[in-house]
Design a protein around this ligand. Structure first.
Ligand code: SF4
Length: 382
């Protein structure tokens, strides 16, 4: 299958989102399944050298391609020093233009100098891994920073960037509803443009990752946390546009929506995942193995899947339902004409009959009752 990947540039999309994985963390958090390694000077040097090579190889092969958004995530991208960050950002300086360009940062690793450098190179959105403003919750999550560090990081980021997201987590060990309410209140007291609220153990698209299956009572409690976030953030001017994401008007994360809509994205760096040119694939989740492939001009790819209309329709349906507005079935059908739609008729009818989904205005969406059960709905539709 790896051989087939040479075909991805035969019919490249006109535009693609870019994801850059920066695999360095000062310490390892419990439950985290993202690939990370030690931020030694030598590792970072190898990483930057190979990233420059990997991206220039891509842009040479996909000449003229437009980048629709850049997301630099990790890991902890902000662990890089100012000159390393500047080297990383320079790679995309010419490609990114004025598109949404996000970098993830942990509160204790940024400072005004780093922020200003990033802004001068084109970064226009920062996503801070605050997780909680409660010291005990942070400790239970194994987070190294204190609430004061988050408050300082938010203030510094708002001074440099107009567009600031913070990540919050609910469902942490011993977290109470009062504690969650106070986290939301604190978050809403800042002029943030976006808040991501992840459930610690439900989510996989977050820096704090999925854990094991939990008892039903725990899931009910987590649904209560989600309910509170939905009501509180709506009352405070944030639109709930995706299960884990809330935005001020026109501040939805373009990068996030691009993946929900099953458009193209290209992943750089170890473990970077891609959906591009008719395939899904992933870079090796190991710095040395990824670097070896890049240096030998033979990038290694894993989990290669050739995409067809059935696969894309299913993913666009399942992931599209994570958007609160849902999916327009007719437009999906005309986009993925070769898919067997009949396969979904019964499960959709069933999910509507038990009140987890509804159809209106041409859109199929989760109901308020269905939102906390999105993962179970997805299983029905697979
Ligand atoms: S949760 Fe974030 S900081 Fe912690 S190990 Fe994972 S990527 Fe690193």
């Amino acid at each position: 299958m790896q051989d087939k990947l040479k075909d991805i540039f035969k019919n490249p999309p006109k535009e693609t989102a870019a994801y850059v994985h920066v695999p360095f963390c000062a310490r390892t958090c419990a439950y985290c399944k993202f690939y990370k390694t030690a931020p030694t000077f030598q590792n970072i040097e190898i990483y930057l050298q190979c990233l420059e090579k990997e991206t220039s190889r891509f842009f040479n092969s996909a000449k003229g391609i437009e980048i629709s958004s850049v997301f630099i995530g990790g890991g902890t991208p902000s662990i890089l020093n100012e000159s390393q960050l500047s080297r990383l950002a320079k790679i995309f300086e010419r490609q990114a233009g004025n598109v949404e360009w996000t970098i993830e940062a942990s509160p204790s690793t940024i400072n005004p100098k780093k922020l200003k450098t990033l802004k001068s190179l084109g970064v226009n959105r920062i996503s801070l891994g605050v997780q909680s403003f409660n010291e005990r919750t942070l400790k239970n999550l194994g987070r190294p920073h204190k609430p004061e560090a988050s408050q300082e990081a938010i203030a510094q980021s708002l001074e440099v960037f107009g567009n600031v997201n913070i990540d919050l987590i609910f469902g942490a060990p011993n977290q109470t509803m009062e504690g969650w309410h106070s986290d939301l209140e604190k978050a809403a007291s800042y002029p943030l443009s976006h808040i991501s609220a992840y459930c610690l153990e439900f989510e996989s698209a977050t820096s704090c990752c999925a854990g094991n299956e939990k008892p039903f009572e725990t899931q009910i409690k987590e649904a209560d946390f989600l309910d509170l976030a939905m009501d509180f953030l709506a009352q405070n001017g944030f639109k709930h546009y995706e299960i884990s994401n809330y935005a001020k008007p026109k501040k939805e994360c373009a990068h996030n929506l691009n993946t929900r809509d099953m458009n193209s994205w290209i992943g750089f760096g170890p473990s970077g995942a891609s959906q591009f040119g008719g395939f899904r694939f992933r870079n090796p989740s190991d710095l040395n193995s990824w670097a070896k492939g890049i240096l030998e001009n033979s990038p290694k790819r894993e989990d290669v899947v050739k995409l067809d209309d059935d696969e894309l329709f299913n993913s666009a349906l399942v992931f599209g339902l994570r958007k609160i507005d849902g999916v327009n079935l007719e437009s999906l059908k005309s986009r993925f004409k070769g898919a067997d739609f009949s396969h979904y008729e019964e499960p959709v009818k069933f999910l509507i009959s038990i009140g987890l989904m509804e159809k209106s205005g041409g859109f199929l969406r989760l109901t308020r009752k269905g939102i906390p059960l999105a993962d179970s709905v997805a299983v029905e539709l697979l």
